[in-house]
Write a protein that binds this ligand. Structure first.
Ligand SMILES: NC(=O)c1ccc[n+]([C@@H]2O[C@H](COP(=O)([O-])OP(=O)(O)OC[C@H]3O[C@@H](n4cnc5c(N)ncnc54)[C@H](O)[C@@H]3O)[C@@H](O)[C@H]2O)c1
Length: 250
C-alpha cells in the first residue's frame, strides 16, 4: 500500500482521469475526497466504485470559484484530519472552433483550467506549509508541447495548459522550502468523456505517431499520479511528467 494513511483531494474526480486517480489512490490505502461540478456523475461514481467506498468522499465543487475551493479544502481537512496530496485535475474544453468562441468561452477555459489549479494550491498551501509536508500534482497536457491535436478547438485549452507549467514551476520554488513538491503531468490523448467526441476519429493517425503504438489509458495517467504522490518521488519537484507513449519528448 503506497499511500497508506495518506489523504488526498482530487478535483474533477467523478469522471475520466480524475476518477481513475481517485480510485488508484484508494486502492493504495489513501482516503480521498473526489470534488467535481457534476453531481450526478459523483453519485454514479459512488455507486459503481469497485474499491473501498468508505475511503471516498464525494464533494460538489466548481473549481473556478475560489471561496468555494477554500471552503471545500477546509472541509476536507476537518473531515480527514489533514491533507497530504492535492491533485488539480478538473479541466474543460468547449467543443467548437476557436473562431466561433465568445470571449466568455476563452475566459471560462482559463478560469477552470488555470485559475482553478492556482485556487486549489492557494487554498491548501498554508496547511501544507504548517505541516512542512505536501504533494501538489497539476494536470497539464501534451498539448502545451505540440500545440494541440483537436484542430482549432484547443487553442484556449492549449494556452491554459502551458500556463499550468509556469504555475507548477513557480509553486515549486515557493513551496519547496516547506518540503512540498509540485509537479505536472502532461497526458497524451487518452480516452475519457472529454475526448469522446473526436479521439476515435483521430486514433489511427495518432497511433502512427506514438512510438508505443497505442493510446494511453486513464490508469496509465493514474499510475503516474500515484508515483508523484508516493514516498519514492520525494525529491522530484518542478517537473512535467509526459505520459504519452513517446508522442512528445522533452
Ligand atoms: N483525456 C485526455 O486526453 C487528456 C489529455 C491531456 C490532459 N488532460 C487533462 O486531464 C484532466 C482530466 O481530463 P479528462 O480527460 O478526465 O476530462 P473529463 O472531461 O473526462 O473529466 C474532467 C472532469 O472535470 C470536471 N470539471 C469540469 N469543470 C469543472 C469545474 N469547474 N469544477 C470542478 N470540476 C469540473 C468534469 O465534471 C469532469 O468530471 C483535465 O485537466 C484535462 O485537461 C486530459
Amino acid at each position: 500500500m503506497r499511500l497508506q494513511d495518506k489523504t488526498a483531494f482530487v478535483t474533477g474526480g467523478s469522471k475520466g482521469l480524475g476518477r481513475a486517480i481517485a480510485e488508484r489512490f484508494v486502492e493504495e490505502g489513501a482516503r480521498v475526497v473526489a470534488a467535481d461540478i457534476d453531481e450526478p456523475a459523483l453519485d454514479a461514481f459512488m455507486s459503481e466504485i469497485h474499491v473501498d467506498s468508505a475511503s471516498l468522499t464525494p464533494m460538489v465543487l466548481d473549481v473556478s470559484d475560489f471561496d468555494a475551493v477554500q471552503a471545500a479544502i477546509n472541509a476536507a481537512i476537518a473531515d480527514l484530519g489533514a491533507l497530504d496530496i492535492l491533485v488539480n485535475n478538473a479541466g474543460y474544453s468547449p467543443k467548437k472552433n476557436w473562431l466561433e468562441y465568445e470571449i466568455s468561452d476563452w475566459q471560462r477555459v482559463l478560469d477552470v483550467n488555470l485559475s482553478g489549479e492556482f485556487y486549489g494550491a492557494r487554498a491548501v498551501a498554508e496547511h501544507m506549509m504548517e505541516r512542512k509536508s505536501g504533494r501538489i500534482i497539476n494536470l497539464s497536457s501534451s498539448a502545451w508541447r505540440h500545440g494541440g491535436v483537436a484542430t482549432g478547438g484547443g487553442l484556449p485549452y492549449t494556452s491554459s495548459k502551458a500556463g499550468v507549467i509556469g504555475l507548477t514551476r513557480a509553486l515549486c520554488k515557493a513551496l519547496g522550502p516547506y518540503n512540498i513538491t509540485v509537479n505536472a503531468i502532461a497526458p497524451g490523448p487518452t480516452p475519457t468523456p472529454m475526448t469522446s467526441s473526436w479521439l476515435s476519429n483521430a486514433e489511427a493517425a495518432l497511433k502512427e505517431q506514438i512510438p508505443l503504438k497505442r493510446l494511453g489509458t486513464a490508469r496509465d495517467i493514474a499510475n503516474a499520479a500515484l508515483f508523484l504522490a508516493s514516498d519514492e518521488a520525494g525529491f522530484i519537484t518542478g517537473t512535467c511528467l509526459d505520459v504519452n507513449g513517446g508522442l512528445t519528448m522533452s
